[in-house]
Design a protein around this ligand. Structure first.
Ligand code: FE2
Length: 182
């Protein structure tokens, strides 16, 4: 599983902290073992079931979020430096883990991938935190999983979580049906 995971997720190697990197691998491996989806399915399935006829794949969306977050952090560091500390390892790990809960949100019904009962009861920010805590992912990173989506609007986000939240929406909102197209 590790080799197949590395193929779809080369960005996990960007994490410098060896212990944290290993935990991120373990969370994803475990989630894939519990999932109706294989690593290869993630290269094919649409990244959301909320958009009709979505052509962007799960991994295209996921990897774009990591790249946007890292590039945004670089610009912020260039301009703000020590005035706005950003933990890059936490940022990368969070960006890679925010949607890991989706792997156990989905079920297969007559060959179709749909949101299953678990996914309806517990959206992926909740199951994602459950998966990450099981492998000792630090609270700062679990916070990003918990708050990356609309659920996080009710509380406060760290700097890293604000970056990820916006990176996530940058690679989601333009694909929505209500985007102005001229
Ligand atoms: Fe998400």
């Amino acid at each position: 599983m590790r080799d197949r995971l590395k193929k779809i997720w080369p960005e996990i190697e960007w994490i410098k902290d060896v212990d944290l990197k290993e935990k991120v691998y373990q969370v994803w491996e475990y989630a894939l073992e519990q999932s109706v989806l294989s690593p290869e399915d993630l290269l094919e399935i649409p990244f959301t079931l909320l958009i009709e006829d979505c052509k962007v794949t799960f991994m295209e969306h996921k990897r774009a979020v990591v790249h946007i977050a890292v590039e945004a952090a670089k610009v912020m560091e260039r301009f703000f430096g020590e005035k706005l500390p950003i933990n890059k390892d936490h940022l990368i790990s969070g960006a890679i883990l925010i949607d890991v809960g989706k792997l156990i949100e989905y079920a297969r019904e007559e060959g179709e991938v749909v949101v299953g009962t678990r996914g309806k009861l517990l959206r992926h920010p909740f199951t994602g935190v459950g998966l990450a805590m099981r492998f000792g992912v630090p609270d700062e990173v679990c916070h990003m999983i918990a708050t990356h989506s609309q659920e996080g609007d009710l509380g406060k986000r760290t700097t890293e979580s604000i970056i990820i939240h916006h990176a996530d929406f940058l690679s989601f909102e333009p694909f929505k049906a209500d985007t102005l197209r001229i």
